[in-house]
Design a protein around this ligand. Structure first.
Ligand code: FO1
Length: 314
C-alpha cells in the first residue's frame, strides 16, 4: 500500500518517542495523531493539555528529552514568583511553556475549539504531522483509590502515582463526541497504530469516546498496538504499578488482552518473547522486536518494524 494515511493513538512521553521515530520513516504529512485530553487540567487558571503538548514539542524538536515533557532549556521564574505568593506549585510550568497555555486559554475563552487551537499551535511550531485532540468536549480522568477519588494530575504529579488504584473512569466520556475528522481519519486510514502508551490512562480515555472503539473494530485487520510493558515494567510511568493494584499481571500479554477486540498485530519486546504464543492465542499476530527507545536510531528502527508489519510503503 502506498502513500496513504496512518492514524496513531497517543498518550504522552512514550507515544512522543515512538512518533518521533515514525516521522523519520513516513512523511509526517501522512500521520494523523489522536491525542489523549483526559489528563488536561486547569492550573493557575490556565488550560494545560499535557499529552498534546508533549507530542507537539517532541515533533517540533523542542522537548526536554530527559524529562520527556516541557520545553528544553525552559526557566521557571514565573513559577518561583507564584511560590513566593504561597501558591501551590507542584505542577511545574516553565516560562516558555506558559505561553502555550496562555494562548490556548485565551483562544478557548474566545470560543475556539481545542482542535483548531491545537492546529494553530502545531503550525506555528512547524509540526508537519496532524495532531488532533480525541474530543473537543471536556473529559477528565478520575482515579479511584482506597481513600477516595483523585483528579488525574493530583494522582500523577502531586502524589507521584503512589496511591493504590482501584479503578479509573473518564468523567464526561459517555456524552462526548470525537473531534472533527477523528472517525473519518480512522475509517480512511491505511493503518492505525496504538503507541506504547499506558492502556488505562492514555489509550483508555481515547477508546472511551463514543464511536472510536467501534471505528477501530471495523478496521481491525489494519490495527497494530505496541506494548508499553517490557519485562514486567512500564517503559515510562505507572502502568505496571496500576496493573498490579487492579489485580492484573504486569505483562505485555495482559495489555494485548485489553485490545483483543480491535487489534490485529501486537508488538512486544524481545524480553517478552515467551509471551508471543499467548498473544497468538488471543487471535493477534505477535511481532517481537526491541521496543526500548533510547536513541533516535532505536526509535526509527521500531517505527520501521511497525511500518513493515503493516505492509505500508515508507
Ligand atoms: N509531570 C511531572 O511529573 N511533574 C510535573 O511537574 C509536570 C509538569 C508538566 C507541565 C506541562 C506538561 O505539558 C506536562 C507536565 N508533566 C509533569 C507531565 C504530565 O503530567 C504527564 O506526562 C501526563 O499528564 C501523563 O501523560
Amino acid at each position: 500500500m502506498s502513500g496513504g494515511s496512518v492514524v496513531a493513538l497517543a498518550g504522552g512521553v512514550g507515544a512522543a518517542r515512538f512518533l518521533n521515530g515514525l516521522t523519520h520513516v513516513l512523511a509526517p504529512e501522512r500521520i494523523f495523531i489522536i491525542g489523549n485530553t483526559a489528563d488536561d487540567a486547569e492550573i493557575h487558571g490556565l488550560h494545560v493539555s499535557p499529552d498534546l503538548d508533549t507530542v507537539t514539542y517532541t515533533l517540533a524538536g523542542l522537548a526536554d528529552s530527559k524529562r520527556g515533557w516541557g520545553i528544553r532549556g525552559d526557566s521557571f521564574r514565573c513559577l518561583e514568583a507564584l511560590g513566593r505568593l504561597r501558591t501551590e506549585i507542584w505542577f511545574q510550568l516553565g516560562d516558555w511553556d506558559l505561553a502555550t497555555h496562555l494562548h490556548r486559554t485565551e483562544r478557548l475563552r474566545q470560543g475556539a475549539r481545542l482542535t483548531d487551537i491545537t492546529a494553530e499551535i502545531t503550525a506555528a511550531l512547524g509540526v508537519r504531522a496532524q495532531i488532533v485532540p480525541m474530543s473537543d468536549d471536556r473529559i477528565r480522568t478520575r482515579i479511584c483509590t482506597p481513600t477516595g477519588e483523585l483528579e488525574f494530575q493530583t494522582y500523577f504529579v502531586k502524589r507521584r502515582a503512589r496511591d493504590k488504584v482501584v479503578s479509573v473512569h473518564f468523567e464526561g466520556a459517555s456524552e462526548a463526541t470525537p473531534a472533527r475528522g477523528v472517525i473519518e481519519a480512522i475509517a480512511g486510514a491505511d493503518a492505525i497504530i496504538l503507541c506504547p502508551s499506558n492502556p488505562f490512562i492514555s489509550i483508555g480515555p481515547i477508546l472511551a469516546v463514543r464511536g472510536i472503539r467501534e471505528a477501530l473494530q471495523y478496521k481491525r485487520n489494519r490495527v497494530v498496538a505496541i506494548s508499553p510493558i517490557v519485562g514486567g515494567r512500564a517503559l515510562k510511568g505507572p502502568a505496571a504499578h496500576m496493573m498490579k493494584s487492579m489485580r492484573l499481571r504486569p505483562a505485555a500479554v495482559e495489555v494485548a488482552r485489553l485490545y483483543a477486540d480491535f487489534v490485529n498485530m501486537f508488538v512486544l519486546d524481545e524480553a517478552d518473547q515467551k509471551q508471543a504464543v499467548l498473544v497468538e492465542k488471543l487471535g493477534m499476530r505477535p511481532i517481537v522486536t526491541n521496543t526500548i527507545m533510547r536513541s533516535l536510531r532505536e526509535k526509527k528502527s521500531l517505527a520501521r518494524v511497525v511500518v513493515r508489519a503493516l505492509e505500508i510503503d515508507a
